[in-house]
Design a protein. Structure first.
Length: 280
């Protein structure tokens, strides 16, 4: 991370399309970290958001707990894997402006895991300006669908792959091929990803409008929890598929109702999903 002179800020106007959603999720996470009753400990997200020259009001009121809760679910799964594989490599696909490495590094005493960020060049350029350097973090400025990043990963000590906010923006065949290729290349590893409710692609084919000035890009890929569970049968190399629970948030709705609705059987197959896959 660079120190910006005279209170200057980094221009993020180069981000467009799906890459721009990195700013949306950063803003939501930073907002939740600033809250007096914060549900996520993420001071770096606050610092990064404050260092960016961007009109975050463009996104409207999308500062809810959902984005922070998603990061907490991903952190929990990563901690479980890294506790058993302390020298593993974490591959963060389309990482955007996530600050997961530093949260996990703080949460795991004597952390030794390595980190590989894979994202488009404009995102990588911003990360290099805004985030601290570490000799345990490497970057690849490329699409997650350019599988050459896999050649840089040493699977000897374990591999944990995150695709936070990625797969839903891919075409179905692209998303399924990425999952299958990871299963083939990294036996013994795990992969975590999230998907929106299956109705989103039907009722919002042009994307979800969050404000008068912003529409979230279209999300053509989603699967129900039952369809996700079936990947164990249809994709070689997948040993197990886990439908992860929703972490508890702040307040009556996000602390009690939302986690309960997440597991409510009559609506479970039309909600979104946090999915953890184990490779055989």
């Amino acid at each position: 991370m660079v120190d910006l002179p005279d209170g200057g800020r980094v221009d993020a106007g180069t981000l467009t399309g799906v890459s721009e959603t990195a700013l949306l999720t950063l803003n939501g996470r930073a907002h939740q970290a600033r809250h007096p009753r914060a549900i996520i400990d993420d001071p770096l997200a606050v610092r990064v958001a404050d260092s960016i020259d961007f009109d975050f009001d463009k996104f409207g009121r999308r500062k809810g707990q959902e984005m922070a809760l998603r990061s907490l679910a991903f952190d929990r799964a990563a901690r479980d894997y890294l506790s058993a594989h302390p020298s593993a490599t974490v591959v963060a696909l389309a990482e955007g402006l996530q600050t997961s490495f530093w949260r996990l590094n703080a949460a795991l005493p004597d952390a030794r895991f390595h980190w590989l960020t894979v994202d488009f060049p404009p995102i990588i350029a911003l990360r290099e300006r805004l985030l601290p350097a570490s000799d345990r973090v490497e970057v690849r400025a490329q699409s997650a669908l350019d599988y050459s990043w896999m050649d840089e990963v040493d699977p000897a000590d374990g591999v944990f792959i995150t695709a936070e906010g990625l797969l839903m923006y891919l075409e179905p065949e692209e998303a399924l091929d990425l999952i299958a290729e990871c299963a083939c290349r990294f036996p013994g590893g795990q992969m975590i990803f999230d998907l929106p409710p299956v109705l989103v692609k039907k009722f919002a084919p042009k994307g979800v409008r969050s404000s008068r000035h912003y529409r979230v890009p279209p999300m053509p890929f989603s699967l129900s929890p039952a369809e996700l569970a079936d990947l164990r049968r249809t994709v070689p190399g997948i040993k197990a598929v886990h439908d992860l629970p929703m972490p508890s948030g702040r307040g009556w709705f996000f602390g009690t109702v939302f986690p309960a609705l997440w597991q409510f059987k009559p609506t479970k197959q039309i909600r979104g999903a946090y999915t953890l896959i184990e490779f055989g």
